[in-house]
Design a protein around this ligand. Sequence first.
Ligand code: PLP
Length: 260
Amino acid sequence: MRISKALTIAGSDSGGGAGIQADLKTFQELEVYGMSAITAVTAQNTLGVQGIFPLTVEAVIDQIKSVGADLHPNAVKTGMLFNSEIIEAVAHAIKKEKMAKVVVDPVMIAKGGSPLLLEESVDTLKKKLIPIAFCITPNIPEAEKLVGFKIVSLEDRKRAAKTIFDLGAKSVVIKGGHDDGNEVTDLLFDGNTYHLFSSPRIDTKHTHGTGCTFAAAVTAELAKGKSILEAVETAKSFIHAAIEDSLGIGAGHGPTNHMA
Ligand code: PLP
């Protein structure tokens, strides 16, 4: 039996709904062996982020090296990277270990407003990480930060996807969760075609970790050898079910249900 393996390089969420924890749960649900390189530890629950403790660059690099030297992931996901030093180290280590199929979730701000990437590091993300991305999965506010213009219409969204593609990513998914309307429409640009994926909007406050979970599902499917179109299709239905069946635990924005 061929075992598909995926590595997540991201922050830890003590509340278990986002970050490394969401990624590993998603990999497991999609029958992919999960590995992790932790970039930062957060003290966090459904009410918000109470503390952020970035790891040293050396600690981050060594984890990626150890995995690369022995376990050979079929796909890699990056999440919370927090600062420019960590972004540069991660990009360098991924290249050095010749890791392919890199899915970049350009995590910037937690739903409660805590910065998970320093403002001054957005440029480093654009210069160092996007050029090695097989796929990048911004939400609308993240895409706006990357391209420097407001995204209102579908045409704006297509232009933003093309602009991000031109920074070097092989494919771009701009997620529609932050849009309004009864439908959530995600846009995939693969360099040739714009694909739209729509689902009915679910009215809930329990959406903590949706971005991480979606990108982790894309990564898991790519690790199995699926095309980007198939991977996004599966990720879309996975996240829809996870939100629909969200657990409602905690007093704030609860996690989605990775077991849905
Ligand atoms: N905490 C960590 C460690 C994350 O990686 C992420 C991912 O985006 C978040 C929190 C954000 O979670 P939320 O979906 O609540 O914005």
